[in-house]
Design a protein around this ligand. Structure first.
Ligand code: ASP
Length: 305
């Protein structure tokens, strides 16, 4: 998970490192001195609501100074490259840069050139490690798992456009490290068998057949900005086959929860009544996101000194 002071992804995540971070976030046992007065830049080349705001709030809560930068209105429109943009911002003296970019691998590229800590806030369809941490914290707390974050015996379905999803890839890594069984569920084109093999997950193309055996359904948005619209044939009834409707939610086990990283397209992958219903922990994921980002910033800056 950690590569020095950098947090790039969850592939091959180390369970001990994950658990240590979840403990800090769950207990809110932060050491503000580690980060007080440090400077954090949010460098976002792609749109964001939850991740950018929560990184800002997390840094501020720990007493850091935060600068929010977005590519819109920047010198990117004048042709400045990713590395030059990053080098320019880093030269101003930031201790950590939180970066989101539409290219898979962008965060690793910057980390390879960085002197400060680089935290991946989403790179293309590759990784989104702090979303996976927020999801693990939410799941552990919602299902009242003891501290120790042992998810052995839990089955989590990640439902929808898995092939385009950095959330799916990151959760596959972290949930497996914590001991959960992960099933990728969706249309063939969005959940190809090779993806399941690559991520070490089971695959199903039939949501109805897995509902009764799962402890959590993590619903994904169809990533139109990554070309997902073309994956489904004309007239494909997505909601009919893979939408998390009230009727489907009613067939889940009593304790099972419904998750969504946001933004939601109500009426497509999730019915509004489910998003707002008793099983939904969607806003809990948002709240957990602030705590895990506090823990991540603190640890990244601690590692970088
Ligand atoms: N907010 C998540 C992400 O940035 C999920 C999504 O956009 O659908 O990957």
């Amino acid at each position: 998970m950690w590569r020095g002071a950098h947090l790039i992804g969850m592939h091959g995540a180390d369970a001990e490192e994950l658990r240590a971070l979840l403990d800090v976030a769950a207990d809110a046992s932060f050491e503000p001195d580690a980060i007080q007065g440090r400077a954090v830049a949010n460098v976002f080349f792609e749109d964001s609501t939850r991740t950018r705001v929560s990184f800002s709030l997390a840094a501020q809560r720990l007493g850091a100074r935060v600068v929010d930068w977005t590519s819109a209105g920047s010198s990117v429109s004048k042709g400045e490259s990713l590395l030059d943009t990053f080098g320019t911002i880093e030269a101003m003296g930031f201790d950590a840069v939180v970066v989101r970019h539409h290219e898979s691998g962008a965060a690793q590229l910057l980390a390879d050139h960085a002197r400060c800590a680089v935290i991946n806030a989403g790179d293309g369809s590759h990784q989104h490690p702090t979303q996976a941490l927020a999801d693990a914290l939410t799941l552990g707390e919602a299902l009242e798992r003891d501290r120790g974050w042992d998810f052995t015996g839990l089955t989590v379905a990640i439902v929808g456009d898995c092939v385009s999803s950095r959330v799916a890839r990151s959760n596959a890594g972290s949930l497996a490290a914590l001991g959960a069984r992960v099933v990728l569920v969706g249309p063939e084109a969005m959940v190809p068998a090779e993806l399941g093999e690559a991520l070490g997950c089971a695959v199903s193309h039939d949501l109805d057949s897995v509902l009764a055996e799962i402890d959590a359904a993590m619903i994904l948005r169809i990533q139109l900005e990554r070309g997902a619209g073309e994956l489904l044939g004309q007239g494909f009834d997505y909601q009919g086959r893979f939408g998390m409707t009230r009727e489907r939610a009613s067939r889940m086990r009593d304790h099972a929860v419904v998750m969504h990283p946001g933004p939601m397209n109500r009426g497509v992958e999730i019915e509004g009544a489910v998003a707002d219903g008793d099983r939904s922990v969607v806003l809990g994921q948002v709240e957990a996101g602030v705590r895990v980002r506090m823990a991540v910033l603190e640890e990244a800056i601690r590692r970088s000194v």
